[in-house]
Design a protein around this ligand. Structure first.
Ligand SMILES: Cc1cc2nc3c(=O)[nH]c(=O)nc-3n(C[C@H](O)[C@H](O)[C@H](O)COP(=O)(O)O)c2cc1C
Length: 414
């Protein structure tokens, strides 16, 4: 009976355990979690989502407070174009986050950064370039370009001295997205080093519409694999989304995948950034407690627990402090939805906004409980304490379970 450990992922001159722990913003895939994956010989991701905010929590910096002070005059204004990120400070925060993580790295694995291109930050190209360059300058092993895949991203960093040696990967959910990216970045003479193929059962934002259930990961992987073969392209393919056991992973490796990317099972690890009371919500969830909705102002559907406090909350937009989702003209779908509700209910003390959420604030506060489709199976991966709560697992336990399990079994903690 084959196990994931029978396979290895080859990236350049590296041989890795073919398990990639996917990026989970905002600091849900912490440095501690990524470091464990790397120590065990696989690949871990930190996330570059809202790094100044993450840096404040981790390193006692004051980026958010200072930005809010600078733009306080604009808080009641519905126009947010004036709220700009200081690129120097953004670089500084990324340097702290990436630098400290890389200094702590042990073992043979790699640490990548998940770069959410939908974090347009009121100046999409400039802020993206500053973030990726700062990550490269501070020794990151690889960059995975995610949500909102900006087709010109390779060109943004082609003059960087590490452009040819750092591992660069992309996340796609269709052959068409892959083809478009390859076509657009061909001019740089640089192919991605790996392609994550994310199916409709993943956590976070989905690269599908609300008809996500019509698609399945296996078919997309086969379609991309066959096209790559016909083009004589040999880029490692890494399926993601709903791979819950080592046996699920082996099935993809047998189909020609080079590795798998997994995330949801690690949301209940001790190293994960979610507060423990939220992790207990993940454990308790049943299938009916999970939905895919369109409350994210990015315009992409997102999967989450229906009990997420972010759903229906009507807080005033916090763009002066955060503002990570402001587009190039300073707009965000949540601002529009909020203003509409305020106009409809001018005397209401409390506003409810059902169709969109202030994602920056709610991700910052761990109030948007995004998860993969199989989060309802997390309860089967642990044991219960006497008080009925579930025991958190070590990242090592989960990683090794993926690596060594057979027969669709899941090892419970001792
Ligand atoms: C809590 C959570 C947060 C996530 N956040 C991100 C993110 O910020 N960027 C991203 O590209 N993918 C994100 N994802 C997707 C994962 O990186 C991964 O590709 C996917 O969830 C794998 O499927 P699985 O969770 O079923 O194992 C997130 C997933 C979860 C569960």
């Amino acid at each position: 009976m084959k196990r994931v450990d029978d396979f290895r992922l080859r990236l350049g001159n590296k041989e890795l355990v073919p398990i990639v722990v996917g990026g989970m913003g905002v600091d849900i895939s912490t440095a501690e979690l990524a470091l464990e994956a790397a120590r065990l010989g696989g690949i871990g991701h930190i996330s570059d989502a809202m790094v100044p905010t993450v840096s404040d929590r981790r390193f006692n910096t004051k980026y958010v407070k200072n930005k809010l002070r600078q733009y306080k005059f604009n808080v009641a204004n519905t126009e947010k174009a004036v709220v700009q990120f200081d690129l120097g400070l953004l670089v500084e925060a990324t340097a702290l986050h990436v630098g400290r993580t890389m200094e702590a790295k042990r073992g043979d694995g790699l640490i990548f950064i998940n770069c959410m291109e939908k974090l347009t930050m009121n100046a999409p190209r400039e802020t993206l370039r500053a973030r990726i360059k700062a990550a490269l300058d501070n020794g990151i092993d690889g960059v995975t370009l995610a949500a909102g895949l900006h087709l010109g991203s390779f060109a943004l960093i082609e003059d960087h001295p590490r452009f040819r040696d750092v591992k660069l990967g992309i996340i796609v959910s269709s052959l068409r997205a892959l083809q478009l990216f390859l076509k657009k970045s061909a001019r740089t003479g640089r192919l991605p080093d790996y392609v994550v193929i994310e199916g409709p059962l993943a956590g976070g934002h989905l690269g599908f519409g609300m008809d996500w259930a019509k698609y399945d990961l296996v078919s997309i992987v086969v379609e991309i694999r066959e096209w790559m073969k016909a083009q004589h392209l040999d880029i490692p393919l890494i399926p993601a989304g709903g791979i819950f056991t080592g046996s699920d992973a082996v099935a993809f490796m047998d189909m020609g995948a080079a590795a798998v990317q997994v995330a949801t099972r690690f949301t209940v690890s001790k190293e994960c950034g979610l507060p423990e009371d939220v992790q207990q919500e993940y454990f308790k969830a049943s299938e009916n407690d999970i939905e895919v909705n369109t409350i994210s102002p990015t315009g992409y559907p997102m999967r989450m627990l229906k009990s997420s406090p972010a759903i229906g909350a009507g807080i005033r937009p916090n763009c002066e402090a955060f503002g990570y989702l402001l587009d190039s003209s300073g707009s965000c779908q949540y601002i529009e939805a909020y203003n509409r509700e305020v106009a409809l209910h001018p005397d209401a003390k409390k506003i409810h906004v059902m169709d969109k959420t202030c994602l920056c604030t709610h991700m910052r506060n761990f109030d948007c409980w995004t998860c993969g489709h199989y989060a309802y199976r997390l309860k089967d991966t642990s044991r219960r304490n006497e008080d009925g709560s579930y025991r958190l697992l070590s990242a090592e336990h989960i990683f090794r379970d993926y690596q060594f399990s057979t027969d669709n079994k899941i090892a419970l903690p001792d």
